[in-house]
Design a protein around this ligand. Structure first.
Ligand code: NAP
Length: 293
């Protein structure tokens, strides 16, 4: 069994690290807010006082934090992962960050004679709990092969997509489609609802139709109930859209539909819904269409 370090115990990191413990690995954890680590400690993890100490005691060091600045804080800051690395260790970041932010982290890790894998995930908290995430990985192939049993403890589908930042770009492409699908769902539901149809029935029909993708299936219960407790927040989706625009600028690609959806997410955040699930886009459009539920 592997000696695994885990940094970042938010909505995703807690169940993912929990699945590594269930699979029998020795897991050492750190989270900025220690109180959030209680469940994973109760499940059998060991606590380390700094990211540096996590790196010292582990062969594989995972990070699962909000964004690029958080990733840089846990890797590059004083008492960060880089300070605790010795040659031969493998650092695996599963957060969603931009290719440029990823390069900065990888340079710090590689300067210590270690390997850096990018392994962002597709799927939300329920899939994290059920160990059925999709894992998109890029970086050193031999390190990926060594880490594969760990990925298999957390996910159902693993894809190795290249030697550098490929996984970062693919993750952003997927999230653009997930976000824009939700705006399309908002427009379809709101039109039908304003015309007098029953929202729950409309959701059932859409979920069972040719456009009933898995993400639509996950969200129709929230939409039917008009309750948008977060699995993936508006704020995090806005972050991912902005990272996609950065990448699109870098590669010279226009993203017109993504740009419109970004404005809808902004409306949600500006009206106090930044911490709601991003499917709250339906509620935002309902209000714009003067529908009161
Ligand atoms: P989350 O619940 O908001 O947790 C964020 C984690 O990052 C927490 O552990 C937080 O520590 C830590 N963090 C934030 N800023 C930090 C800093 N400056 N220094 C140290 N730690 C810091 O987020 P999540 O939903 O788990 O998402 C984690 C990543 O996965 C994000 O990149 C997200 O885009 C991606 N993702 C999320 C989902 C989803 O459905 N939620 C799906 C796929 C991918 P504290 O506990 O101290 O705040």
């Amino acid at each position: 069994m592997a000696k695994v370090g885990w940094i970042g115990l938010g909505n995703m990191g807690s169940p993912m690290s929990g699945n590594l413990i269930k699979a029998g690995h020795e897991v050492t954890i750190w989270n900025r807010t220690k109180a959030k680590a209680e469940a994973v400690l109760a499940a059998g993890a060991k606590w380390a006082d700094t990211p540096e100490a996590v790196a010292e005691s582990s062969d594989f060091i995972f990070t699962m934090v909000s964004d690029g600045p958080a990733l840089h804080a846990v890797i590059l800051d004083g008492n960060g992962v880089a300070d605790g690395l010795a040659a031969g260790k493998i650092v695996i970041d599963m957060s969603t960050v931009s290719p440029a932010e990823s390069v900065k982290a990888s340079k710090a890790v590689e300067a210590k004679g270690c390997k850096f894998l990018r392994a962002p995930v597709t799927g939300s908290t329920v899939l994290a709990q059920n160990a059925t995430l999709g894992i998109l990985a890029s970086g050193d192939r031999a390190s990926y092969d060594k880490a594969l049993p760990l990925f298999e403890a957390m996910g159902k589908n693993q894809f190795y997509v290249g030697a550098n930042e490929e996984a970062r770009v693919l993750k952003l492409s997927l999230n653009m489609m997930i976000g824009t699908s939700m705006q399309m769902l908002a427009e379809a539901v709101t039109l039908a609802e304003k015309a007098g149809l029953d929202v729950a029935q409309v959701c059932d029909v859409i979920a069972g139709s040719a456009v009933g993708s898995p993400v639509v299936g996950y969200k129709v219960a929230l939409v039917s109930a008009g309750q948008y407790n977060p699995a993936f927040s508006v704020k995090l989706m806005m972050k991912d859209f902005d990272l996609a625009f950065d990448a699109a600028k870098q590669y010279g690609v226009p993203l017109p539909i993504t740009a419109v959806t970004r404005q809808a997410l902004q409306s949600a955040a500006a009206t106090g819904r930044g911490d709601k699930d991003f499917s709250v886009l339906v509620q935002v459009l309902e209000e714009q269409a003067n529908i009161k539920r």
